[in-house]
Design a protein around this ligand. Structure first.
Ligand SMILES: Nc1ncnc2c1ncn2[C@@H]1O[C@H](COP(=O)(O)OP(=O)(O)OP(=O)(O)O)[C@@H](O)[C@H]1O
Ligand SMILES: [Mg+2]
Length: 364
């Protein structure tokens, strides 16, 4: 029997647990052509949820999913967007004809994506005015939205902050605002960057989208889902499930990883959860060591303090002494850097974002 749990890539079908309310909320936004900022920490299930939603949309809504990860410039943005244009129109001649009505014929070409078998457009960055290609690409989207209402997903949207200055953001905003038959979903995990982009008055994307933080899946939903998947193999006790949910702080990827390993284990073995935890920490050791090695001594001390105190009492004399720090300002400075690196997050108290990294730090 194949293992139903999976912790690499996105999940669908039986591997996808609940998120019914989130699907409903976001589909409502899409049906009303509203823009959404979907944000959550790494590996919380943003992309899986988006795929799920796109597969459930009314067929009269055209969708375009664009992953901006790794793009570093406006040209990359346009290239990635146009590479995916086959999602708008699967008939290549038709797509090229429409594209050529907008772009001049010398600055766009057509090919077939060998993976998806869909047509793909490639812009040619040459002599044309720098701002023109973005204008053309956005006009192509607008043209398609005149036929069918659309949803366009920009996953890993924080990448655009790395492009040159705020000028690109301003121009992009102009198009997004104008497209009233398109619902834009901006998704990403670098929450302090996204918050800055969408919540700061001076920024181009200020209040341009409904903020939708993706929270943890409910305990009862996890319970039902895990039991159902396990039922094909063996019975699993509520106690084991609850212990794993707590240890993983309900983080979906680590829960999947835990149950992936538990699926092939004898659940009656003593300390089975602790053994599995140690296995997971060992598998992730290199990644955690890379993070640890990149930190200053005071940042390491502060991380140890957060892990040990669960984010509480970080500035008390006893706390400082427990990790050999001397002044509260050392903690403040380290917290600032750790937040900028997305290792730590302030949510009431300071927390280490990656719950298994926290377990690893606790064991140092
Ligand atoms: N609804 C869900 N039910 C069960 N597991 C899930 C669910 N959503 C996500 N996961 C688990 O989390 C992992 C990461 O999912 P996904 O790639 O969708 O997250 P993400 O937030 O887009 O991650 P990233 O920040 O890396 O882009 C999946 O491999 C899966 O193990
Ligand atoms: Mg993702």
């Amino acid at each position: 029997m194949t293992n139903p749990f999976s912790f690499s890539g996105t999940v669908a079908d039986r591997g996808f647990c609940n998120r019914k309310q989130e699907q409903k909320d976001i589909i409502d936004f899409i049906n009303n052509s509203e823009n959404v900022l979907l944000h959550a920490n790494r590996r919380m299930g943003k992309t899986s949820l988006i795929y799920r939603i796109l597969s459930k949309l009314d067929k009269s809504i055209t969708h375009l999913y664009v992953d901006l990860y790794g793009t570093v410039s406006e040209n990359d943005f346009i290239e990635t967007l146009m590479k995916n244009a086959g999602q708008l129109e699967s008939r290549s001649e038709k797509l090229l004809k429409t594209a050529k009505e907008i772009f001049t014929s010398s600055n766009i070409s057509l090919s077939i994506d060998p993976v998806t078998n869909l047509p793909s457009l490639t812009p040619v960055f040459g002599t044309s005015k720098k701002t023109l290609l973005l204008e053309n690409a956005m006009l192509l989207l607008e043209r398609y939205s005149e036929k069918n209402r659309m949803v366009i997903v920009f996953d890993e949207f924080q990448e655009i902050e790395n492009y040159s200055g705020g000028e690109f953001e301003k121009r992009l905003r102009g198009f997004v605002q104008k497209h009233d038959r398109i619902s834009y979903i901006f998704a990403g995990s670098r929450q302090h960057i996204l918050a800055h982009m969408f919540n700061s008055k001076g920024k181009a994307f200020y209040k341009l989208a409904h903020s939708y933080p993706l929270s943890e899946i409910e305990e009862t939903d996890y319970m039902k889902w895990i039991k159902k998947l396990f039922a094909k193999k063996s019975k699993i006790s509520d106690t084991i499930i609850l212990e794993v949910l707590n240890l993983c702080e309900r983080h979906p990827m680590y829960i999947q990883q835990f149950f992936y390993h538990l699926w092939d284990s004898d659940l009656n073995k003593p300390n089975i959860i602790d053994r599995t935890l140690r296995l997971i920490l060992l598998r992730n050791r290199n990644e955690y060591m890379n993070i640890w090695d990149s930190l200053t001594l005071n940042q390491r001390k502060t991380l140890k303090l957060i892990a040990a105190n669960d984010g509480n009492e970080l500035y008390s004399a006893d706390s400082l002494k427990s990790v050999s720090l001397t002044t509260p300002s050392q903690v403040t400075k380290a917290l600032q850097s750790l937040t900028n690196k997305d290792i730590v997050q302030k949510n009431g108290t300071f927390r280490i974002q990656d719950v298994m990294f926290k377990q690893w730090v606790l064991r140092l």
